[in-house]
Structure formats: C-alpha cells, structure tokens
Design a protein around this ligand. Structure first.
Ligand code: AHR
Length: 494
C-alpha cells in the first residue's frame, strides 16, 4: 500500500463544471444510429417511434446532457433535406467515409430531435461545410428553429412538427483540416466567417456556434483560426484528440486481450490530452485574453483495431476496465479545466469506438465507460474545488506516468464530491486527506477489476459499479483506499 496526501481546498473554488463536459457523440457510422439507437417503428425490439427503449433508458439514467450529430466525417457529406419527409420518399446516399454502405436517411432531423427530447439532452448539430452550401446550412437552421411564416417552416409543419425546436449548439463543419475538406486554416476560417453569418437566431433561439478547431497538438491551426475569428461570431472552437495505444494508426492495438505494456502506453498516451489542451489555451489566451471563446473537446476517447470479423469501416470495439481508467482520467482533466472547457463529447455513444453502450440485435450492455459517466454525474453543474494530490508518478517498466487522478466539486448545499482513479495494476494507494469536520458522512462507490475485464452479451454485468466501504472518516481526517485498477467516487455530506 502506497500512502499519498490529497489536499481538498474547499476555500478555493473554481468555475461551474458545465454539464456538457459529460457529452456524447452519435454519428451515422456502423451500428451507432441504425441498430444501436434507431431500429424503426416496425421492429420487434421495444421502441418509441423507432428509438430503442433500452438505450433511451440507459442514456437517461446516465444523465446524458448533450448529444452531437450527425458526424464526424459524415456531417460534411450530409444533406439534411434527404432526411426529412415521408420515409419511403427519402433519398438514399452512399456513406463514403464509413464502409461504403447505403444510408437510407430514415433517421434524420425529426428523429434526432425526438431522441434528444426523449432523453432530455441538448442537441448539438454539426453542419456541412465541406460539401454543403451556405444556403443549405442557413435553411436547416431556419427549418429547425424558426417560428415565422416561411417556406422552411411550412415544410417543417408539413412534416409533422408545428413548433420550432430549441437548438443551441451548432458546429460549423467537422475536421475541415481533414475529412471535412482538407482545408488550410486560413481558408477554413474564411468559410467559417461566411457560413456562421447566415445561421441566424430566430425568436428566442440563440445559437452557440462552434468553429472547427485543431487536430491534436496542431497549434498552428489554432493560431490562424483565433487570429481570424472573435467572440462576436464564435462561442467555442473544437479540439479532437484520440487515444491510440501504439501511436500507430495502422495497428492501434486490440480492445481486449492486450498486454500490460499496451495498457500502460494507453494511459500515458491519454494523459497527453492535458498538455495539448494547455498548449491550445495558451494560444487562445493571446487572441482572447478575456476567455470569451471556449474549448469544446467534441471528439475524444480510445481508438483500437476493430473487433475481428466486423466491418473495418464500422469501428466497432469492445470496452474494458482500461477504458474506464481512461474515461476517469479524461473527465478529471476536463473538470479541472472547467474554466475553459465548455463541452466534451466522447466518441461514440453506441457501438463505435469508446462507447458507453453496445448492442447486438435485441441485447444491450453497458460498458465500463458507461459506469464511469454514471458515477461522475454528480459533477454536472457543481462548482469545481481545488484538489491537489502528491506526486504519484510510477515507473511501469520504462513507461512512467502518474498513477492517480482526481477532481472535486461542491454542490450548493455544501455536499462535496470527489472522483479518483488508480491506474496502477498492482499497487493499492491509501489517500489521506483533511476535510472540514462538519462533514459527518461519506458514501463511496467503486468500479474495479482486471485491466482486460469487460461485459459481454453472455455476461453483461461482469463489470459494474458497487457501493464501497474503503473510505473512513474520523473528525477532519478521511482515508480513501484505492485498489489497483479502480475508479472511486466519494460523496461527503454534512
Ligand atoms: O469518430 C470517428 C471519426 O473520427 C469521426 O467521424 C471524425 O470526425 C474523426 O476523424
């Protein structure tokens, strides 16, 4: 057992942790939408207007705050008019990015907005810059949000929706440095300025526009973009960062059955997001010293080789305790930067990359990553509290990184919520902390297992969170035991 100290400085409060940091991403990719979320009204799988009831419930229980759609790379080839109106009249297309399959457009704007209504989350729509037009995006916003009398609102009403929807988050393009058009930053920034100008605020609806930001550590993109936009026209810029255990896109490593070495390189690699975030914030500071433009990490998570025997274009992967540690580390990093990070969206919600849910026909399971999001949900909307851990850098046979990760927040009634993880596979930690003696009660939950542990359709509850008695509280002293490969949450109540 290794002893470490944790200083929870309740006098040093930070920003509100926006609920949107716990956001998700749904793309027309593989079995994310079709089969994973949407099965159609005629399916034998229990559904509400075609949306799977089991998935709706799981997402609601997890308190999903915001959902991004329709892509990803798919967004820049999506033409929204093909996804409205009677289903048998909808025009099909080839999903050129993801497996070359035929997209029948049976899930479109109405279905997506219905999904968000049913799970109680904010919609976040990514508009098409790469192969779309200014007019197309402008009319989509009018179709969704306008209550005026106009051809677009008439069309929406004809398609069964009388009232406009509320839409706050609008992405102007996706990865326009890559699949979204291979643009230079200067060209994209000019496109951004033009496209955003024609996406209007109708009635009470106020758009929060998100510009396509950098890929990983590309600060040159951030620099050029920030020099050409301002807070009048952009709420935030995005950042995409994927964790690839090997660092090699051609052989990323498998989602299960991996070695300890790959486990450690995954955790060390995922931790790189923190200096990358700092490098972009430093650039943003120079152009926006008042911090009016936020950072939106709207794609993050682990990306492995696809599961054997599955379509390589569908990006289907399993999810283990390693992913749970990755989720915990990232969410703690985002919480601790709540002053600048306005949203984050893990990729992707169902059946693709680091998903919280996997489905197979009528079966559904929650992944270890699901349980981390669920365990952390109390942070949503709470106030960040400074929490500092003594250094836990550990040399894992040549791969050194800090084993421990933490963030803390406080509710208005003083309830203190602390989330921790221990990435070490062999060593337990005892965390000693001093807290206000008025906290008389500590409830804890734990998610733990071996690094390769995961849920399968045969054994869907192999990994799940449980209540935990490894926390002791005596006066102003608390001791939290973190077993190897574990995520622990502690709620201190007065
Ligand atoms: O999440 C899969 C893909 O990764 C997304 O479509 C794209 O934006 C990114 O490159």
């Amino acid at each position: 057992m290794i002893n470490k100290n944790l200083c929870i400085n309740t006098a040093k409060k930070g920003a509100t942790i926006r609920k949107e940091i716990y956001g998700h991403f749904s793309e027309h990719l593989g079995r994310c939408i079709y089969g994973g979320i949407y099965v159609g009204e005629d399916s034998d799988i229990p559904n509400t207007r075609g949306l799977r009831n089991d998935v709706l419930k799981a997402l609601k229980d997890m308190a999903i705050p915001v959902l991004r759609w329709p892509g990803g790379c798919f967004a820049d080839e999506y033409h929204w008019r093909n996804g409205i109106g009677p289903k048998n009249e909808r025009v099909t297309m080839i999903n050129t990015n993801w497996g070359g399959v035929t997209e029948d457009n049976s899930f479109g704007t109405h279905e997506f907005m219905d999904l968000c209504d049913l799970i109680g989350c904010e919609p976040y729509i990514s508009g098409n810059v790469g192969s779309g037009t200014v007019r197309e995006m402008s009319e989509w916003i009018e179709y969704i949000t306008s209550g005026n009398i106009s051809p677009m609102t008439d069309l929406r009403k004809k398609n069964g929706r009388e009232e406009p929807w509320h839409l706050k988050y609008l992405g102007i393009g996706n990865e326009n440095w890559g699949c979204g058009g291979f643009m230079t930053p200067e060209y994209y920034a000019n496109q951004y300025r033009q496209f955003q100008q024609f996406c209007k605020d109708y009635g009470d609806n106020k758009l929060y526009k998100i510009a396509c930001g950098p890929n990983g550590g590309d600060t040159a993109w951030t620099e050029k973009l920030m020099s050409m936009i301002n807070p009048m026209i952009a709420g935030a810029i995005s950042l995409h960062f994927y964790t690839i255990p090997t660092g090699d896109w051609n052989n990323k490593g498998n989602a299960t059955g991996f070695s300890e070495e790959l486990y450690h390189s995954t955790i060390r690699e995922t931790r790189r997001i923190s200096p990358i975030i700092e490098s972009h914030l430093a650039v943003m500071d120079r152009y926006d010293p008042d911090h009016k433009i936020g950072l939106c990490v709207d794609e993050w998570g682990c990306w492995y080789n696809v599961e054997e025997g599955t379509n390589p274009g569908f990006l289907y992967q399993q999810n283990t305790m390693r992913d749970a540690i990755v989720a915990s580390v990232n969410l703690n990093i985002f919480n601790n930067r709540a002053d600048r990070i306005v949203m984050a969206n893990i990729a992707q919600v169902v059946n693709v990359l680091q998903s919280v849910i996997l489905t197979e026909g009528p079966k559904m399971l929650k992944t270890p990553t699901y349980y981390v999001f669920s365990m952390y949900k109390e942070h949503q909307g709470s106030t960040l509290v400074e929490s500092l851990l003594s250094d836990s850098t550990f040399d894992h046979e040549g791969i050194a990184y800090p084993d421990l990760s933490v963030s803390s927040s406080m509710k208005e009634d003083g309830t203190l919520f602390v989330t921790l993880s221990n990435a070490n596979l062999k060593e337990s930690y005892k965390i000693n902390t001093l807290i206000d003696a008025s906290y008389g009660k500590a409830d804890a939950r734990i998610l733990t297992g071996s690094m390769n542990d995961h849920n399968t359709f045969e054994n869907p509850d192999a990994v799940a969170d449980a209540s935990y008695d490894g926390v002791t509280l005596q006066g102003d002293r608390a001791e939290i035991t973190l077993p190897p490969c574990s995520v622990v949450t502690v709620t201190f109540r007065k």
